[in-house]
Design a protein around this ligand. Structure first.
Ligand code: ADP
Ligand code: MG
Length: 355
């Protein structure tokens, strides 16, 4: 795959406020990349610069190897979908979708064909004559999607497009968009603050914090191998336990907890002996046993609470130094508060992150 979009040392200031700092990011043709981060981390600003609605303060944006900083929005050939659908209320669905083609001066016959195809793509052909106000939220968002795709843009940019939809519809639309991406081979840059949405849809996820990328990788990498505390806490739920590195052996480190217990953990980046670190242990990777088993990492704990949550059992534990949460499969036995249990996990299911 060839690199298609490149942010080359992009910085953006609004007055004295630096909202994007020295961003280096490459996106391949046909790739689905999500920009994931909390509100205010600069995601929309990055998308606006790519679309041409905002100018970078410094740096270059390249599309297919060509600098586009000075190319006006309408010549960048990008389809854009926002959270608010921004459909024209006085036009029918078909007229809304035809609009970008009329703007481009396309002939009537070709417009008719393309609009039919674009509406078919999002299964709205039957509703072409309706007004937006006669559609549900999900249908309106599909019209917006169809309008962004109708001129066969080189890139599709989406800024929290599903934020206003209820959970069930949002999950359906996530799968629909992912399917369209695959079928049409689109290059998509997708902004969201919803980590499960980013994991579900993307080839790669760029996790943003305060205008900088904390980590970029496949959904599996950012979840299983968080590089920083921020990523470990922002994506999914995790236990963070303080310790000090004793020794490093290849891809693993031995970490001593304040209680004196030694834990063997996978490492992502460089760590050195004597370094204070945090261990990130995902709750669903923790096993609870009544007898001390063979596992390499074992913490002696006591159950403080246990809640049945339908698809899993959530058990709160306390050991000498810190609390711990375990999520067990729904077939797990119950654990009464006060029960002494061993919390066990493999070195692979534990990550050293910088503290
Ligand atoms: N037009 C603007 N003028 C001044 N500040 C802005 C403008 N747009 C965004 N900001 C500020 O830039 C920061 C990043 O905003 P934004 O890119 O919208 O983040 P996100 O999409 O991740 O929530 C925020 O602090 C926001 O208040
Ligand atoms: Mg935003």
């Amino acid at each position: 795959m060839a690199e298609f979009i490149r942010f080359d040392r992009i910085t953006k200031f609004y007055g004295p406020l630096c909202v994007v700092e020295n961003l280096d990011l490459g996106i391949d043709k046909g790739e689905f990349v999500s920009l994931l981060g909390p509100s205010g981390s600069g995601k929309t600003t990055i998308l606006m610069m790519l679309a041409g609605f905002e100018q970078p303060t410094a740096g270059t944006i390249l599309l297919d190897g060509v600098a586009i900083n000075d190319v006006p929005t309408h010549k960048r050939d990008m389809g854009v979908v926002f959270q608010s659908y921004a459909l024209f209320p006085h036009m029918s669905v078909g007229e809304n979708v035809a609009f970008p083609l009329q703007m481009r001066g396309m002939g009537k016959a070709e417009i008719g064909e393309r609009v039919a195809r674009a509406l078919d793509m999002v299964q709205l052909s039957a509703l072409a004559d309706r007004r937006p106000s006669q559609l549900s939220g999900g249908q309106q968002q599909r019209v917006a999607l169809s309008r962004a795709l109708v001129f066969e843009p080189r890139v599709v940019l989406m800024d929290e497009p599903l934020g206003a939809l209820d959970k069930q519809l949002r999950e359906q639309m996530q799968l629909d968009i992912r399917d369209l991406h695959r079928r049409l081979g689109l290059t998509i840059v997708f902004v969201t603050h919803d980590q499960s949405e980013a994991l579900t849809m993307s080839d790669r996820v760029a996790v943003f914090n305060k205008g900088k990328i904390e980590q970029i990788g496949t959904p599996r990498q950012v979840y299983d191998e968080p590089a920083t505390r921020f990523v470990a806490e922002f994506i999914g739920e995790t236990n963070l336990v303080e310790g000090v590195v004793e020794t490093v052996q290849g891809e693993e480190a031995t970490v001593r907890l304040p209680s004196g217990v030694q834990i063997v953990s996978a490492i992502s980046g460089a760590v050195t002996s004597g370094q204070p670190v945090l261990l990130s242990i995902r709750p669903e990777r923790v096993d609870l046993t009544e007898t001390r088993g063979e596992a390499r990492n074992v913490l002696e704990t006591e159950v403080t609470d246990s809640v049945y949550q339908g698809d899993h059992l959530r058990v709160q534990l306390q050991n000498a130094a810190h609390p711990l949460i375990a999520k067990l499969g729904r077939k797990s036995r119950e654990f009464q508060p006060g029960t002494k249990v061993y919390a066990a996990f493999s070195a692979r299911d534990c990550r050293v992150v910088a503290s």
